[in-house]
Design a protein around this ligand. Structure first.
Ligand code: GLV
Ligand code: MG
Length: 279
């Protein structure tokens, strides 16, 4: 997925001029089959409706999603959903053509994340915004979303878990936000592990160098992929061949829960281009 930004990376004086540039880029560049998204400005600015109308009416056909930053409450997602329905109707786009990604990056957004994740059938992805979140919490850090060595543990553990649970409970993809130290690949690796192990689907990349690391860390290894396939084979053999719901797989008991876990590895591995090893 790639997103083009109208929000915090665009200077206030350029906000309105950026819309036409973004719409032109969506329409005219060759994006292949990648999922394409535009981040509009938040509802607490004066730009949101103009961003949506201009970009979706000019480039809606190629656009897959709109990202809404600093989502505070479910009604902000509903407002975007309703606006998108009207713009789609006026632009000869199918109703529901444009999906929504919601960024959770304020304390109020985190408090309301459960209702936010259930607010619209257009929602596809929930994204954590560590930089804005650190600002919203008034954390005494000058870079949001990096390790804080003085803190005994992970200062965002609660936040990561809460967002993940709300997203998963509503069938959404859950993504961690940016790692701002673009010249620190080791720090990025370390940080990816935290959300990867909890179950996140991925993380933003700000720079092409970060893409390789993130793809590697959020994809299963060949060994994990092969093991997951073996678990699925063994479990199918047990349930269908022998009529058993729980069997031994090496030194481990496997059952239906093991099948669900293994299936997730296989789906992610296939998406990353892995194939079963020979033998
Ligand atoms: C991303 O938008 C962030 O604030 O971290
Ligand atoms: Mg932000």
């Amino acid at each position: 997925m790639t997103f083009l930004d109208l929000e915090d990376s665009v200077a206030p004086s350029e906000k309105e001029a950026a819309r036409a540039k973004v719409a032109k880029a969506v329409r005219e560049l060759d994006w292949g089959d990648r999922v394409l998204c535009v981040r509009v400005n938040a509802w607490d600015t004066r730009f949101t409706y103009g961003d949506v109308i201009e970009v979706v009416s000019q480039a809606g056909e190629r656009l897959d999603e709109v990202m809404l930053p600093k989502v505070q409450s479910a009604d902000q997602v509903v407002a975007l959903d309703l606006l998108l329905s009207q713009v789609e109707a006026n632009s000869a786009l199918e109703h529901g053509h444009i999906g929504i990604e919601a960024q959770i990056e304020t304390t109020r957004g985190l408090i309301n994340v459960e209702e936010i994740c259930a607010a619209s059938p257009r929602l596809e992805t929930i994204v954590f915004g560590p930089a804005d979140f650190a600002a919203s919490m008034e954390m005494p850090v000058l870079t949001g979303g990096i390790q804080v060595p003085e803190y005994p543990g992970d200062h965002f553990h609660y936040v990561f878990s809460k967002i993940l649970m709300a997203g998963r409970a509503n069938g959404l993809q859950v993504i961690d936000g940016p790692y701002l130290k673009v010249r620190d690949p080791d720090g990025l690796r370390d940080y990816c592990q935290r959300t990867r192990i909890l179950g996140y689907d991925g993380k933003w990349a700000l720079h092409p160098d970060q893409v390789t690391i993130i793809n590697e860390l959020f994809s299963p290894t060949q060994e994990q992929f092969d093991r997951a396939l073996h678990i699925l084979d063994a479990y199918e053999e047990a349930t269908e061949g022998e009529g058993k719901g729980a069997v031994m797989f090496g030194d481990e008991m496997i059952d239906e829960a093991s099948r669900k876990i293994a299936l997730k590895f296989v789906t992610r591995g296939e998406r990353a281009g892995l194939r079963r090893s020979a033998g």
